[in-house]
Design a binder for this molecule. Structure first.
Ligand SMILES: [Zn+2]
Length: 330
């Protein structure tokens, strides 16, 4: 992918807080499929490319494969430990962020701020004591479900059941609000999304999802949902998964991704859109698209070309995410 990056875009990107809401990298590192500190193999995120991409903060999701559900807390602990090994192994380059001030500190010190998240509440195994333990370990974002049903709610794969949050799911989001963990509706079935807005008072995020009006995929948000996220003060991280960008993945270009941002800005406003790549959670996009996290400055260039002001670009790159993170986690 060769889009030339102007000096203006380069400077803007280098000075901005760049905050990405979702990647699945921990799983690859835990599995020993590739190193963290070298750019090798099939991955899309590693230390050299996070630095090349000018990333300030990255939410690293702990995703538990369905076949490990019976011991999901154990697998989640292994993924959290992987994050700690990264942070402790590269202390000059990476730090764990549990509050907004850590993200700002990382920016000042030229480090990557790693934020722990869960992709699906499966790792709690229905226990709020486990939630509180994960909070102590640094978890600050929880996507309530992946595509399947769990103790908290039904995922989008269960859409036909019409199921919202379970009783545990309701208590979970209330406890998350008290502790300071972001409630993430990515992958949640529509009834669950509606239910979150009924019972949760606080900014709601969608860590990785796009606009349904631009690409009709069940993982993308309707205009009504975008309006609700905006009304809550939350943020939507636009995702780079080709099937969520365009119905024909061959048309999943950078330009089309910017169409999603345009649409979300139009419906929800400039304060409610950010980045949520899902790097390492999908296969390589088309040639007309950034190929890995190192290519993130292309998004800044594309936003400027689309006519966004520098102030608007800063919000999209990270200030919106940071605002929500600060409001929830402190
Ligand atoms: Zn996902």
């Amino acid at each position: 992918m060769n889009i030339e990056i102007s000096e203006r875009a380069r400077n803007l990107h280098a000075s901005a807080i760049v905050f990405d809401g979702h990647c699945d990298t921990l799983l690859d590192i835990l599995a020993g499929e590739r190193p963290w500190d070298r750019c090798e193999g099939k991955g899309q995120v590693d230390l050299p490319r996070l630095q090349e991409g000018g990333i300030t903060a990255q939410i690293f999701a702990a995703y538990v494969r369905p076949e490990l559900r019976h011991k999901a807390a154990w697998e989640t602990l292994r993924l959290i430990e992987t994050m700690y090994e990264i942070v402790e192994g590269w202390p000059a380059q990476v730090m764990l962020a549990t509050r907004a001030k850590h993200v700002r500190q990382a920016k000042r010190e030229g480090k990557i701020a790693g934020i722990l998240g869960l992709e699906g509440a499966d790792g709690l195994q229905g226990d709020l004591t486990v939630l509180r333990a994960f909070y102590r370990l640094g978890v600050r974002n929880i996507g309530l479900t992946w595509n399947h049903r769990n103790e908290a709610a039904d995922g989008v794969g269960e859409e036909r059941t019409g199921g919202g949050l379970t009783e545990f799911g309701v208590r979970l989001v209330q406890e998350m609000r008290k502790l300071g963990i972001m409630v993430d509706i990515a992958h949640l079935a529509p009834a669950g999304v509606a239910h979150v807005f009924e019972v949760y008072e606080g900014p709601v995020v969608c860590s990785h999802g796009n606009a349904r009006a631009v690409c009709n995929h069940r993982r993308n948000l309707t205009d009504a949902q975008l309006e609700q996220i905006a009304a809550s003060g939350g943020v939507v991280g636009v995702t780079f998964v080709p099937a969520f960008i365009a119905e024909n993945p061959d048309e999943a270009t950078l330009d089309r991704l910017i169409d999603h941002i345009d649409h979300i800005v139009h419906v929800a406003g400039i304060d409610h859109v950010g980045l949520g790549s899902d790097w390492d959670g999908f296969f390589q996009p088309t040639a007309e698209f950034p190929q890995h996290v190192g290519h993130t400055p292309m998004i800044t260039e594309a936003l400027l070309r689309r006519g966004y002001s520098e102030e608007a670009v800063r919000k999209i790159l990270g200030e919106n995410w940071l605002r929500v993170f600060e409001q929830v986690a402190g």
